[in-house]
Design a protein around this ligand. Structure first.
Ligand SMILES: [Zn+2]
Ligand SMILES: [Zn+2]
Length: 356
């Protein structure tokens, strides 16, 4: 069956070049609240900037950078001796296609990307938005979301999940489809071509997870604590796919355990389920309450929480997937286990088609 799927996949890729045409719009670097960014070419091609009705070129290897600041809720663009005010700026290759560039938030971070860039201002911050090839986005998300020691089949399962999310979960933000944080999918630079994240992405090229023949945006978390959860159990709305609580053998036998102390006020927020947990994390910092699976008892003015798992625990469990892959499980078996009643489909130019 797998052989047939591979053949169909091969045929579809050969006969359907448009499978490559899928793109994703991602807002990046919001974590750093940039009021200034610098842009330079990072590949072998020039980066052509379209701003204020003019064109400016960042030549490769020239080390010349364009600078973008927020000033009075507009973008201030500085290039050499030129300074312009504008609402937004665009950059791409000479042929208007994808190009490689480096964005630096001075003193904080520098990241290389490939795609076409738009820069806007929102809430007093510079907002870089990158339209990137779907497969580049998938590889970047797999690299950022997975442990480097995960086996290839687990990474392939993660790649299918990441791709499906990008295809079916669009529109999560006002100015772009996805952010680069765990709110959507964690995403950094594209990984090296020979990295396991890139290999896992290539080996599942165009494959998405579907329910009733429609791709859906699958959820995943770091570890489930023994059983995966349903959105209803976590106080979350239903979705296109009815999640099931499935036994996760590895987490069941050796759950990731944690203990936390919280104020009575903070712990009361947790009664709301996942939204309460995220509210506490926003107040106290990431991982303040690792999951929704816990027992609590009062100790004076504090609550002691003893729990298992990391993350919302819905859908794919990354820890369990890694264990299944280590024991010889394939990415299909992993996805079948955590997403019962689903099938795999191959993206085409207009519709996704079954590959089974
Ligand atoms: Zn987001
Ligand atoms: Zn698990």
């Amino acid at each position: 069956m797998l052989g047939r799927a591979v053949l169909l996949l091969f045929l579809a890729l050969t006969l359907n070049p448009l499978v490559n045409a899928q793109e994703v719009r991602i807002g990046v670097l919001g974590l750093f609240h940039p009021r200034e960014v610098k842009l330079r070419a990072s590949g072998k091609e020039a980066v052509v900037i379209h701003a204020a009705g003019q064109t400016f070129v960042l030549e490769p290897d020239s080390h010349v950078a364009a600078s973008l600041h927020v000033s009075n809720n507009e973008l201030l663009f500085e290039f050499g001796s030129h300074v312009f005010r504008m609402a937004e700026l665009r950059a791409a290759a000479r042929n208007n296609g994808d190009v490689s560039f480096l964005i630096t938030v001075p003193g904080k971070v520098a990241r290389a990307y490939r795609g076409r860039l738009e820069v806007k201002v929102a809430y007093g911050e510079v907002v870089p938005i990158i339209t990137m090839d779907l497969e580049t986005a998938v590889a970047s998300a797999v690299a950022a979301e997975s442990d480097s020691d995960a086996s290839l089949e687990a990474l392939k399962a993660q790649a299918v999940v990441a791709r499906s999310y990008f295809i079916a979960g669009r529109g999560r933000h006002h100015d772009f489809d996805f952010c680069d944080l765990t709110h959507c999918q964690f995403l950094r630079e594209p990984p090296a071509q020979d990295s396991s994240a890139a290999v896992a992405t290539r080996e599942t090229h165009g494959i998405v997870l579907s329910y009733e023949e429609k791709p859906f945006a699958p959820m995943f978390s770091r570890s489930c604590g023994g059983h995966t959860r349903t959105p209803a159990e976590s106080g979350l709305p239903g979705s296109a796919y009815p999640y099931f609580s499935v036994l996760c053998e590895f987490c069941y036998k050796s759950p990731f355990r944690w203990t936390r102390r919280l104020s009575l006020e903070d712990s009361a927020l947790l009664e709301k389920g996942e939204s309460g947990r995220l509210a506490v994390d926003r107040r106290l910092g990431w991982n303040a309450v690792p999951s929704n699976t816990f027992r609590s008892r009062q100790d004076g003015e504090e609550m002691i929480l003893e729990g298992t798992g990391q993350g919302h625990g819905i859908g794919l469990c990354q820890r369990g997937a890694k264990a299944m892959a280590d024991e010889g499980g394939t990415f299909r078996e992993i996805l079948d286990h955590y997403f019962p009643n689903t099938s795999l489909m191959l993206l085409g130019d207009r519709v996704a088609s079954p590959i089974d």
